[in-house]
Design a protein around this ligand. Structure first.
Ligand code: GLU
Length: 290
C-alpha cells in the first residue's frame, strides 16, 4: 500500500498539543509474553488522551459492575467525540463510554467517594500494573492546558448534571478527566499496557475474561468515534484512539499494538497511525474477521 504524504493536522484545540511536531511516528507490538517489537520513536512519550478512557472504563466496571450501564450506553454514536447533539434527545445518557460525554460519566462514577488525587493514583497504578512499568506519569502542563480550554466538556458535564447524570461537582469531574487524558506513555509502554485485553496466558490479569471480551467489543464499535466503522473495515481490530495521535489496537490472543503519529484525520484519529495498523494487520492476517 502507499502511505499518504498528507499526515493530517495536530489537535489544535488543546494549546499544548498544538505545539507537537506533526512528522513523528512510532509503532510497537507487544506479544502476550511481554516481548516488544518496535519501530520509529517508540521511546518518546506522548499524550494518550482518550486512550485513557479504556483504563478508566476497566476500573469503573470493576467498581460498579453492570450498574454503570444505567448511566451510559453501549452503542456507536455516529457523531464527533465531543458532540452534544444526542445528549438532549437521549435524556443526558451518553451513547457509549468512549465519546467525551460518556467518559465524563465514567470518571464521575469512579470519583464518587474518592478525591481526584486518589482516582488518579488508582488510574496510574492500573496502567503501571498493566504495562509492568512504574515510569508512567501525568503531564501537568498538558492537563492545565486542556483545563483552560475545556468549554465543550464543561458544557457536556453541566448538561448531564442538569439531567441528573452527574454525582459530583462538575469542576471536580472535569479536573480529574483532563488529568487522566494527560497521562503520557511511549508506544512501547502502551503496547505492553494493552496486554491485559489480550485474554492470553502470560498477560497481566487485571479484569475477568468476560470483561475483556466486552471492553474489546466496545472498542471495536465505538473506539474511533464516527470513524469506528471505517477503522473496523480497514483494520479489523478493536481499537481506541486519542487526539494526541495515539492508537491502541488489540489482536485478541496474539498482540497488543500501539502506534503514534500526531497528525489527525477529519474524525480526530491518527491518520498515519491508522494506515500503519492497516498495513500491519494486512501483513499479519490479524484481523478478527479472518
Ligand atoms: N481530552 C480530549 C477531549 O476531551 C480527549 C479527546 C480524544 O482524545 O479523542 O477533548
Amino acid at each position: 500500500m502507499t502511505i499518504a504524504e498528507d499526515r493530517g493536522t495536530v489537535a489544535n484545540y488543546i494549546p499544548e498539543l498544538a505545539k507537537i511536531e506533526v512528522g513523528q511516528f512510532a509503532l510497537a507490538v507487544a506479544l502476550p509474553s511481554g516481548e516488544v517489537f518496535s519501530a520509529g520513536a517508540s521511546d518518546v512519550p506522548f499524550s494518550i488522551q482518550s486512550i485513557s478512557k479504556v483504563f478508566t472504563l476497566a476500573i469503573a466496571l470493576g467498581r460498579l459492575g453492570d450498574q454503570l450501564w444505567s448511566r451510559v450506553g453501549r452503542e456507536p454514536s455516529g457523531l464527533a467525540f465531543n458532540s452534544i447533539l444526542q445528549l438532549e434527545q437521549e435524556n443526558g445518557i451518553p451513547r457509549n463510554p468512549f465519546v467525551n460525554a460518556g467518559a465524563l460519566v465514567v470518571t464521575d462514577a469512579i470519583l464518587s467517594g474518592h478525591k481526584p488525587r486518589e482516582v488518579l493514583g488508582d488510574l496510574l497504578r492500573f496502567i503501571r500494573a498493566a504495562a509492568e512499568d512504574e515510569d508512567i506519569h501525568i503531564n501537568e502542563i498538558v492537563a492545565r492546558s486542556e483545563q483552560a480550554t475545556s468549554h465543550r466538556n464543561i458544557a457536556l458535564a453541566e448538561f448531564m448534571a442538569a439531567m441528573g447524570n452527574m454525582r459530583n461537582p462538575t469542576a471536580l469531574t472535569i479536573g480529574t478527566y483532563v488529568h487522566q487524558c494527560a497521562v503520557e506513555m511511549t508506544t512501547a509502554q502502551l503496547a505492553r499496557a494493552g496486554r491485559f485485553l489480550l485474554g492470553a496466558a502470560g498477560c497481566p490479569r487485571l479484569v475477568s475474561p468476560a470483561r475483556v471480551r466486552r471492553i474489546n467489543a466496545l472498542m471495536m464499535m465505538c473506539g474511533h468515534y464516527d470513524g469506528s466503522g471505517e477503522f473496523a473495515y480497514r483494520v479489523g481490530l478493536p481499537g481506541k484512539s486519542g487526539v494526541g495521535g495515539g492508537i491502541l489496537a488489540i489482536a485478541p490472543g496474539k498482540a497488543s499494538i500501539a502506534v503514534w503519529s500526531p497528525g489527525l484525520n477529519a474524525q480526530g484519529n491518527s491518520k498515519l497511525g491508522t494506515e500503519a495498523i492497516e498495513a500491519l494487520t494486512k501483513a499479519t492476517g490479524w484481523s478478527v474477521f479472518g
